[in-house]
Design a protein around this ligand. Structure first.
Ligand code: PMP
Length: 351
């Protein structure tokens, strides 16, 4: 605290990201990164962009990247917005689209950055509890509101809603923006992008950080009809004229075009997720049905915090949330096959 701070700073509740350790050799299953490096085509695109050209500003409109994303989702380029990670896309969304007199609705257990942004941008929020199975129940969102944001699949539970449920939510709130944050959608859920031509109130947000192995470059994007995308462009142009750097634009463009690498990487992660799920269940864990690159699991005889500590002592990092209803659980990112086995061996030593 300091007398130099603006009053708004005192009210902030900053998001606390998972540990990014400095010591080598840890099995890092705590922040849902991909265990695989990006494709060779991505590395080639970065190499081709480096060097003398870096003295220039990047394309402020990220034209090539937006074209490549639009092509993949069968949309027009001007229905795509890109930013520095989906966190920044979400920040612009909160500031530009979600602040109204009526409250923004979001689940009480979800990506905790939503609460941080709501504080930062003074968005009134009403949290909607998950049901007894830690699921989002669409009917619970049938109430007066200014906007809605859901992560689908949800985090940290990993549970996805089917597209039919998402469409029901979007269709029943024609006068409110409905944001679907699809950070983990590529690991087994269905994107709502196909609904965009029919629903002017739908904004879909995705990231290159997970299924495309580019967390280090910070690229995310939003898909929606023009009025919503235009709001994000206005926010961006009032904030940073060159948000996505030249290397990130080149790498992400190559990443979205390399379908073969993408399918192989996510296929491996899904197979390892099923392996880890079965192995944990065989050890007495309850594992929520995951459509993501992580599992959310608890053991009836071991506290989540104790398990996390025991794993840390064995050089395995996982995430634990000290929050009501989920403090028993561990969130474990799906790593390489070897990392998954190292995790399971450490679990065997603990329980
Ligand atoms: N949404 C959800 C649900 C997430 O879990 C994350 C990653 N922690 C993000 C968005 C942000 O990802 P990024 O900024 O790396 O695109």
């Amino acid at each position: 605290m300091s007398r130099f701070w603006s009053p708004a700073i005192h009210a902030l509740e900053p998001y606390v990201a998972g540990e990014q350790p400095k010591i080598p050799g840890l099995v890092k299953l705590n922040t849902n990164e991909s265990p695989y490096g990006p494709s060779q085509k991505v590395l080639d695109a970065i190499a081709a962009t480096s060097g003398e050209r870096l003295r220039l500003y990047p394309d402020p409109a990220s034209t090539g990247l937006r074209e490549a994303i639009a092509k993949r989702f069968d949309l027009a380029m001007d229905e795509v917005f890109v930013g520095n990670g989906s966190d920044e896309v979400l920040a612009f969304t909160f500031a530009g689209l979600l602040k109204h007199d009526a409250p923004l609705l979001h689940p009480d257990i979800t990506y905790s950055f939503y609460k941080t942004y709501a504080r930062l941008f003074e968005v009134k929020v009403e949290e909607i509890p998950l049901d007894d199975g830690l699921r989002v129940r669409i009917g619970d969102y049938d109430r007066p509101c200014g906007a809605i944001i859901l992560a689908n699949p949800n985090a940290p539970t990993g549970i996805a809603l089917p597209l039919t449920e998402i469409e029901k939510l979007v269709a029943s709130h024609p006068d409110q923006v409905v944001v679907i944050d699809e950070a983990y959608v590529d690991f087994g859920a269905e994107t709502a992008a196909s609904l965009i031509p029919r629903y002017e109130n739908l904004l879909v947000v995705q990231t290159f950080s997970k299924s495309r192995s580019l967390a280090g470059l910070r690229v995310g994007f939003a898909l929606g009809q023009r009025p919503l995308i235009e709001a994000l462009e206005r926010m961006k142009d009032s904030f940073n004229s060159y948000p996505v750097d030249m290397l990130a634009q080149a790498a992400a463009t190559a990443a979205i075009e390399d379908e073969a690498w993408f399918d192989e990487a996510r296929g491996n992660i899904i197979a390892n997720r099923e392996m880890v799920t079965k192995a944990l269940e065989a050890r007495g864990f309850e594992v929520l049905p995951s459509s993501t690159n992580f599992v959310f699991a608890r053991h009836p005889a071991h506290q989540g915090a104790d398990l996390q500590r025991g794993l840390r002592e064995r050089a395995v990092l996982v995430r634990h949330f000290n929050k009501p209803r989920i403090s028993d659980f561990l969130r474990v990112t799906i790593g390489t096959t070897e990392e998954c086995h190292q995790f399971l061996e450490a679990i065997d030593q603990i329980i």
